[in-house]
Design a protein around this ligand. Structure first.
Ligand code: HEC
Length: 243
């Protein structure tokens, strides 16, 4: 036991292969000096060659983006175009938004876009969560119907409400606005949970039959002083949305 470091490289009891050994020994334990197996080396070199080929194919910077993400985006855009063939490119104006707020098929579409992108902050039925309730009468960044798509496109509250113009296409944004008007006045479960901060505006021109869009001066506010305070509180960036 004490003199084992001086012993022979290994005692062949018939079970130990007679392969070459490395020259170190730990308490008499020796290590074979065998090469890596062929299959392992093949995997190693193969993965290096594969990565080079992969990089050349997907990231060469010359051929159009071949990544799976890009292909998905293209397929999505093509699909969207097909879907929207019927309605063309919607303008984010009052008449269009009000018109589609009456169209069950496209409202269902708007609702699905809402469910995919907005419920995490505004709740399942727009009742509000960390974002405000969007079904009640009170608005902060919105004074007229056309402000809704503007807020969705550009965001608000210093990005607390993200800008969606790069993530959603214009029709989706318009149809979201229509969807929100369609749920206006509903009182979904959970209403009242979301904090209400600076929501003092009321959209006065919701009546589709009124052709004259209301001017800003005509906006009634139950408390003009409050409305002023809310305006002052809003950051200059957000001013864009309510112009
Ligand atoms: C990350 C959370 C978040 C997401 C996701 C989000 N919002 Fe918001 N949203 C907010 C917050 C917070 C506000 C309030 C901003 C402020 O205080 O000015 C807001 C405000 C709004 C307003 C203006 C309300 C008002 O009273 O001025 C509209 C309209 C709106 N969101 C629609 C949407 C839509 C549609 C989507 C989905 C495409 C969406 N939001 C996704 C957080 C979010």
């Amino acid at each position: 036991m004490s003199s084992n470091t001086q012993q022979e490289p290994h005692v062949d009891d018939g079970n130990i292969p007679n392969d070459p050994l490395t020259d170190h020994s730990y308490d008499g334990i020796r290590e074979f000096d065998n090469p890596m197996p062929g299959w392992w080396k093949a995997l190693f070199w193969g993965s290096i060659v594969w990565s080079a080929a992969y990089w050349l194919y997907y990231e060469n910077g010359v051929t159009p983006d071949r990544s799976v993400v890009a292909a998905y985006d293209r397929a999505l855009a093509a699909n969207m175009e097909k879907q929207f063939a019927e309605i063309g490119e919607l303008q984010p104006d009052r008449a269009t938004i009000l018109k589609f707020a009456e169209d069950p098929k496209w409202l269902a579409f708007g609702k699905s876009v809402f469910q995919t992108n907005c419920v995490s902050c505004h709740g399942n039925n727009a009742e509000g969560k960390i974002g405000p309730n969007l079904t009640d009468d009170k608005w902060k960044n919105v004074k007229k119907v056309e402000d809704i798509p503007k807020v969705i496109s550009n965001g608000a509250g210093g990005n607390a409400m993200p800008a969606w113009k790069d993530k959603l296409n214009q029709n989706e944004i318009v149809l979201l606005a229509s969807y929100l008007l369609s749920v206006h006045g509903s009182v979904p479960p959970g209403t009242g949970v979301a904090p209400i901060k600076g929501e003092t505006n009321v959209i006065s021109d919701l009546d589709a039959s009124a052709d004259e869009p209301a001017t800003e001066e005509a906006q009634p506010s139950d408390n003009p002083a409050k409305a002023e305070a809310a305006k002052a509180e809003a950051e200059p960036k957000e001013g864009d949305a309510s112009k």
